[in-house]
Design a protein around this ligand. Structure first.
Ligand SMILES: Nc1ncnc2c1ncn2[C@@H]1O[C@H](COP(=O)(O)OP(=O)(O)O)[C@@H](O)[C@H]1O
Ligand SMILES: [Mg+2]
Length: 218
């Protein structure tokens, strides 16, 4: 079983949104996926309730239980564990980061998110954990300068995983309906970029090598 955790000390950067859509895309690609919701706000527990099926199960757990839960998930044949965390420093977030093979740090292309990314990166470096940045909610192509700045800053800080994720209504609609974007609108651009993102994450998990982001706006 491989484990990815979405983490950054910043609310609203898209952790829960991306975790749910990635979990669904990985499920569609043949993984046996299980989501651990470690955010007290329990966004993904609510998502699961709206979803109403068990194809991508979600469970809320306390940090002290994480090792036991992950052992039993691995034994039961789960191949991918996706952990969603709160946008604050907490015991639960630290436990999730420690448990993950790869931490994904989403950031919007703005100064506050990028600064918060650096705080998370430092914490992960101290823990000697593997991490990648992910640029989310990128504005349409005409605002390219801001995206380029974000790409440059994150590249300087470490690996930036591709592709860049656009700001798209599909992400909001899918999350609210208990779906992934690949289910909501399988032929749409959000679905396409999430499938690509899953491929990049999978490659990274397999080889431990970052996929390079392109500068093309989403
Ligand atoms: N790529 C995206 N495009 C459009 N809206 C997005 C995107 N990613 C996240 N959002 C929206 O941004 C808000 C915060 O996302 P959320 O996943 O709750 O962040 P976090 O879990 O990091 O606090 C939500 O309203 C969500 O719908
Ligand atoms: Mg969240």
């Amino acid at each position: 079983m491989r484990t990815i955790a979405f983490a950054t000390q910043k609310g609203g950067s898209g952790k829960s949104t991306l975790a749910s859509s990635i979990a669904v895309a990985a499920h569609e690609a043949g993984e046996r996926v299980f989501i651990l919701d470690m955010d007290p706000q329990q966004s993904l527990m609510k998502w699961a309730k709206a979803r109403g099926d068990v194809s991508v199960p979600v469970e809320a757990i306390l940090p002290g239980k994480i090792n036991a839960v992950m052992n039993s998930l691995a034994k039961s044949g789960v191949t991918l564990c996706v952990i969603d965390t709160a946008g604050t420093e907490s015991t639960a977030t630290a436990a999730a980061m420690k448990a993950a093979d790869l931490c994904i740090i989403p950031a919007r292309p703005n100064a506050f998110d990028l600064w918060a990314s650096d705080v998370t990166r430092r914490a992960l470096r101290e823990m000697r954990k593997d991490y990648v940045f992910l640029l989310n909610q990128c504005p349409p192509a005409q605002q390219n300068a801001r995206i380029s700045e974000g790409v440059e800053m994150l590249e300087k800080m470490g690996g930036l995983i591709s592709p860049l994720i656009g700001a798209r209504v599909d992400y909001q609609e899918a999350a609210g309906s208990g779906l992934g974007v690949t289910e909501l609108n399988p032929g749409g651009p959000a679905a396409e970029e999430i499938r690509k993102l899953w491929s990049s994450i999978k490659r990274r998990l397999a080889k431990g090598k970052p996929a390079t982001a392109t500068r093309k706006a989403a």
